[in-house]
Design a protein around this ligand. Structure first.
Ligand code: ADP
Length: 393
C-alpha cells in the first residue's frame, strides 16, 4: 500500500510517499516557485537527493513532474502503485470534525470557507485539482488542520463579543495544528497504554500552539479565529490588546490589514529582538548578553508557561506535557527554561535526558509530578494513516 501525503501552498507542493505496510518513507520532496520563474524540485529517496530547475507553470505541471520523476528515478515502477493521496487541508470551519474522502462538496466547501484561510484554502484546492486531473481514479482524502479542535465546548470556542458575530459571521476560535496535536495524542496513548489522560501538547516551531487534551479530545487550544492568536511565535505576536491596532494605524498611516500583517510577519521573536525569528539566532545572542534577545526569549517562554499553567487548571491537573516541532524538538535550553518555570507544579527536568534525541524521550525525572516528553511530530504520517483508513473503509 503506497500513499502520498501532500501539502500544497500557493506556489509550492510538499510530498511524502509512504509504504504503509510498515509506515516507512519511500521518498519525500518539495516543488517550489510553481508558476514563478526559476521553479524547481527536490526529491529525496534512498539517502539520495535529486534537484532540478524545470518549468512548472501551475500545480498540475508540478504533479505531472512529480509522478514522472517517481517512475523515472525508479522509486515506483508505475503509477498504479499509488493507492491513495492525502491532502493537508487548512480550514474546515465547524463542518469538518474528521478527515474525509474528497468529493466535489469538500472542494466547494474549501472555496466557501476561503475567507477564513485566504492563503491556504485556495492553495489546497489547487493541489486537489492537480491530482484529480493527473490521477483521476485514485481516491483522495482531506485532513483538516482545524478538525481535531472541533471537540472544544462553547465556553472554549466562543469569544466574549456580540453573539451575532459568531452567529452571522462565524467569529469563534477554530484552532490549528490539529493534525500534529492528534499525532502527539495518539503517541501518548501508545506510551501510556491507556485512553484516559490529561495532556498538554506544545507544538512550538516557527508557528506555535498549545492544546489541552482530556481523554484523547481537545478541550482548548491557543490559536484562535486565525493562527495569529495564542503564544508568541517566530514572527507572530500571539495574543495582544486589539486596541493597539487602530492606535498603530493612526501613528504609521497604515490600514488594518497592514498592521495585522505586522503582527503576523514583523512581531514575535523577530519583532522583539529586531534580529531574527529563529530561536537558534536568539539563543546565540542571549549567550552574548544581548538584552533585546534575552527579553524576547524570556517573553517567548513566559507565554508558553502562562498557557501551560492555565491548561493545568482547566484539565484539573496534568499527566503529560509534550514538546514538539522545531523549537520543542530541538531546543535544549528553551525546554529547560520552560520546565524550570513550571517547578511549582511539581515538574522536574532530568538535564541529561533533556540532551538526548530520539523518537520518544522522557525528559522529566521519575519523581516529577508530570511526565514531560519530547516527541517529534509527524503530520505527514498522520495524513497517510487517515488516507489509508478512509480508502479501506
Ligand atoms: P514551522 O512552524 O514552519 O513548521 P518548524 O516546526 O520547522 O517550523 O520550526 C522551525 C523553527 O525551529 C526555527 O525557526 C527555529 O527557531 C527552531 N529550531 C530548529 N532547530 C533548532 C535548534 N536546534 N535550537 C533552537 N531552535 C531550533
Amino acid at each position: 500500500m503506497k500513499i502520498i501525503s501532500i501539502n500544497a501552498g500557493s506556489s509550492s507542493l510538499k510530498f511524502t510517499l509512504f509504504d504503509m505496510t510498515d509506515e516507512t518513507v519511500i521518498a519525500s520532496g518539495l516543488f517550489e516557485r510553481i508558476g514563478i520563474e526559476g521553479s524547481k524540485y527536490t526529491i529525496k529517496f534512498h539517502g539520495e537527493k535529486v534537484s532540478q530547475e524545470i518549468e512548472m507553470n501551475n500545480h498540475t505541471d508540478a504533479v505531472n513532474v512529480l509522478l514522472d520523476k517517481l517512475v523515472d528515478l525508479g522509486i515506483i515502477k508505475s503509477l498504479e502503485e499509488i493507492d491513495g493521496v492525502g491532502h493537508r487541508l487548512v480550514h474546515g470551519k465547524d463542518k469538518y470534525s474528521e478527515s474525509v474522502l474528497i468529493t466535489d462538496e469538500v472542494v466547494s466547501d474549501l472555496d466557501k470557507f476561503k475567507d477564513f484561510a485566504p492563503l491556504h484554502n485556495p492553495a489546497n484546492i489547487l493541489g486537489i485539482n492537480a491530482f484529480r486531473e493527473v490521477l483521476p481514479n485514485v481516491p483522495m482524502v482531506g485532513v483538516f488542520d482545524t478538525a481535531f479542535h472541533q471537540t472544544m465546548d462553547a465556553t472554549a470556542y466562543l469569544y466574549p463579543v456580540p453573539y451575532s458575530w459568531y452567529q452571522d459571521y462565524g467569529v469563534r476560535k477554530y484552532g490549528f495544528h490539529g493534525t500534529s496535536h492528534r499525532y502527539i495524542t495518539n503517541k501518548v496513548k501508545d506510551i501510556l497504554g491507556r485512553e484516559e489522560f490529561r495532556l498538554i501538547s506544545c507544538h512550538i516551531g516557527n508557528g506555535g500552539s498549545i492544546t489541552a487534551i482530556k481523554n484523547g479530545k481537545c478541550v482548548d487550544t491557543t490559536m484562535g479565529f486565525t493562527p495569529l492568536a495564542g503564544i508568541m511565535m517566530g514572527t507572530r505576536s500571539g495574543d495582544v490588546d486589539p486596541s493597539i491596532i487602530p492606535y498603530v494605524m493612526e501613528q504609521e498611516g497604515k490600514n488594518a490589514s497592514e498592521v495585522i500583517d505586522d503582527l503576523n510577519k514583523q512581531s514575535g521573536l523577530f519583532g522583539m529582538s529586531e534580529y531574527s525569528s529563529d530561536m537558534r539566532d536568539i539563543l546565540e545572542r542571549c549567550d552574548n548578553q544581548d538584552e533585546k534577545a534575552i527579553v524576547a526569549r524570556d517573553k517567548y517562554v513566559r507565554r508558553i508557561v502562562d498557557y501551560i499553567a492555565q491548561y493545568y487548571v482547566l484539565l484539573g491537573g496534568t499527566d503529560v506535557i509534550v514538546f514538539t516541532a522545531g523549537v520543542g524538538e530541538n531546543s535544549v535550553p528553551v525546554r529547560r527554561q520552560i520546565c524550570e518555570e513550571l517547578a511549582c507544579l511539581g515538574v522536574k527536568i532530568d538535564l541529561d535526558q533533556n540532551n538526548k534525541r530520539g523518537e520518544v524521550v522522557k525528559i522529566s525525572t521519575d519523581d516529577s509530578k508530570i511526565d514531560v516528553y519530547v516527541i517529534p511530530t509527524d503530520e505527514e504520517l498522520m495524513i497517510a494513516r487517515d488516507t489509508l483508513e478512509l480508502i479501506n473503509r
